[in-house]
Design a protein. Structure first.
Length: 608
């Protein structure tokens, strides 16, 4: 029998490894920028064209490489970060595996220009598909200049499944943000298709957060700082009022490395229990300093999953630190110094002339148990002779109101014949539920969810037909967005225009809302825009009909009847009738119940 096992060629092995390390253009930027940080650079410039499809350029002023190192750096498992296995448990650099450059070169065309400070001349090396094409001397500044072109040119399947430029650029921005938030002392810039997206000057951490995510964060975050023998935890956490359902910026870093940790996320959320509404998330930027011997980062190629030796202890420290930050910095009553135009309320002074204390008049002889005294104080009210005329025109409600002829649990959506003979009388319970009698029992409708379902389908129709009604604002409302949010908003502007939005770009991440859909009058436009951007980010698909649904749901939630709003019987009647014209009367677009029926048998059993 012939042998069938063979060693794969290096080119094939590198492409396999690249599939783990280099998943999209954002992965290239992450690896190259982290290498620049490890090289001691204090200025790093990133330039992308077509969201990294055409080219990615990373320029730094770090230590640079010699002629030999430049050639060797593209070999698999070639690294300057570690020397032996024990070094894996004492890491002080971002990279250590020696796979990044080899993986990038295996699936792209790469040019590297580099020079060390002691050398008079640098080196330029060209690679294509993992093979060295040429290497020669060149005049260049100190540091490294990587130019990666035609990513996945030799892996058509991988290039085919890249997302739209908007989605890929958003992924690049997310990877970029995770690095710049760790190194506020480094000057970073990012350009996309010749447009400057980020220009982050060196400064402190708070200023870096504000530069990346907008000025509003300066007022919304509280400092966290605790130092123990186990670890040091620092950073910032949002105030309870900064919580939102979608798009909250949440970051964990350990020893300067971004990580995902659901267990620690739960610790932060527990600290805000009963301070924020259910389902809302609070932004946070938490930095852990832990001894490298007590963590393991060598779990996944992306290095975002990290194991801690004393996880339970750190969980308790984190919860206590966040609670202390919220209690110490947030539980302070606000002092209002703006008194201009306010009425002058004098302080009561009984000795001052012209100000007399209030006088309470009462009858000291009154005895509530004395019938003679009570009758003398309470004079009977004379009943007018024509009292019947006061109630003229008011008819006694019919005792036999028409009911549904069917059980709603078996009704198809959109069947209007079922509600043709329904009772015209509805009852609103606690400003939340609409209650109507049906033949099988009592139908209960959640008024807010019912309106969400109605508006959702209405917005979908407007987007598909491109016929949304717009209402101009007398005073345009300005909304501030971060660079990553700006990219997403520009991608969904056409969809927003289809439903009635009129938004203009003011530059610098500022947008003016000049017109809104007619149903959104009175809504907070800043909240609506941010929620729509967050919904588009969660969808993470090419902008097509798929993005209509999250946008329509977001708008419907903001425009729907709120809980607590009192409805007239006519309004409840219209709401129920319109609900039964929808394609699905039973559930909201996100799967929550709209209608439930309390059966007649259950009511009878409850009454005994």
């Amino acid at each position: 029998m012939s042998d069938i096992i063979q060693v794969l060629p290096d080119s094939v092995a590198n492409q396999i490894a690249a599939g783990e390390v280099i998943q999209r253009p954002a992965s290239v930027i992450k690896e190259l920028v982290e290498n620049a940080v490890d090289a001691g650079a204090d200025t790093i410039n990133v330039v992308v064209v077509d969201a990294g499809r055409t080219s990615i350029q990373v320029i730094d002023n770090g230590r640079g490489m010699s002629e030999t190192d430049a050639r060797l750096s593209f070999e698999r498992h070639a690294t300057s970060k570690i020397r032996k296995a024990d070094d894996l448990f004492a890491l002080h650099t971002m990279g250590f595996r020696g796979e990044a450059l080899a993986s990038i070169a295996a699936v792209a065309q790469v040019e590297l220009k580099t020079r060390m400070a002691d050398d008079e001349i640098g080196t330029v090396i060209h690679l294509s598909g993992g093979k060295v094409v040429s290497q020669s001397p060149v005049s260049c500044p100190v540091g490294c200049n990587f130019n990666v072109e035609n990513l996945f040119f030799n892996v058509p399947a991988r290039r085919k499944f890249l997302k739209s430029n908007t989605t890929e650029l958003n992924n690049i921005l997310q990877a970029f943000e995770r690095i710049v938030l760790v190194y506020p002392q480094i000057h970073f810039t990012l350009h996309s298709n010749g447009v400057e997206v980020f220009n982050l000057r060196s400064g402190n951490l708070r200023q870096r957060i504000v530069d990346v995510f907008g000025k509003r964060f300066n007022q919304d975050i509280l400092p966290v700082d605790v130092d123990t023998t186990v670890c040091r935890i620092s950073g910032f956490v949002g105030k309870p009022e900064s919580a939102k359902k979608k798009g909250a910026h949440q970051f964990f870093f350990v020893n300067g490395r971004y990580m995902k940790h659901p267990y620690f996320h739960k610790a932060v959320q527990n600290a805000f229990e009963r301070l924020v509404s259910v389902g809302e998330q609070v932004p946070y930027f938490i930095y852990f300093d832990v001894s490298p011997q007590n963590i393991d980062v060598n779990i996944h190629p992306t290095k975002t999953e990290i194991k801690f030796e004393e996880e339970q202890t750190i969980w308790q420290i984190l919860t206590a630190a966040v609670k202390e930050a919220v209690g110490k910095f947030n539980d302070v009553p606000a002092i209002e110094f703006d008194t201009q135009g306010k009425p002058d309320i004098p302080v009561f002074n009984p000795s001052a002339e012209g100000i007399a204390p209030p006088v309470v008049e009462y009858d000291p002889q009154y005895n509530p148990f004395n019938t003679n005294s009570r009758s003398s104080r309470q004079k009977p009210v004379a009943v007018p002779d024509s009292w019947e005329s006061l109630y003229a025109g008011i008819r006694q409600p019919s005792q036999e109101a028409p009911l549904f002829d069917e059980d709603l649990s078996s009704v198809d959506s959109g069947d209007l014949s079922v509600i043709a003979e329904k009772s015209p009388v509805h009852y609103q319970y606690k400003g939340k539920y609409i209650m109507t009698a049906v033949k099988s029992g009592l139908m209960i409708i959640d008024q807010h969810r019912a309106h969400v379902r109605i508006l959702y389908e209405d917005y979908l129709r407007q987007m598909e037909q491109r016929g949304g009604r717009s209402q101009k604002l007398l005073f345009p409302e300005v909304v501030e967005l971060s660079p990553s949010e700006t990219v997403l908003l520009e991608g969904i502007l056409s969809e927003m225009e289809n439903i009635g939005f009129d938004v203009s770009d003011l530059g610098g991440g500022s947008f003016a809302v000049n017109g809104i859909p007619a149903d959104l009058e009175g809504a907070n436009m800043s909240v609506v825009i941010h929620e729509m951007v967050a919904a588009a980010a969660e969808k993470n698909t090419p902008l097509s009909d798929d993005v209509y649904k999250p946008l329509a749901l977001c708008l419907a939630r903001n425009a729907a009847i709120p809980y607590g709003q009192v409805l007239t019987n006519e309004a409840m009647e219209n709401l129920v009738n319109t609900l039964f014209t929808c394609s699905n009367v039973n559930y909201t677009p996100d799967g929550k119940n709209v209608i439930c029926i309390l059966k007649q048998q259950e009511i009878d059993s409850l009454m005994g």
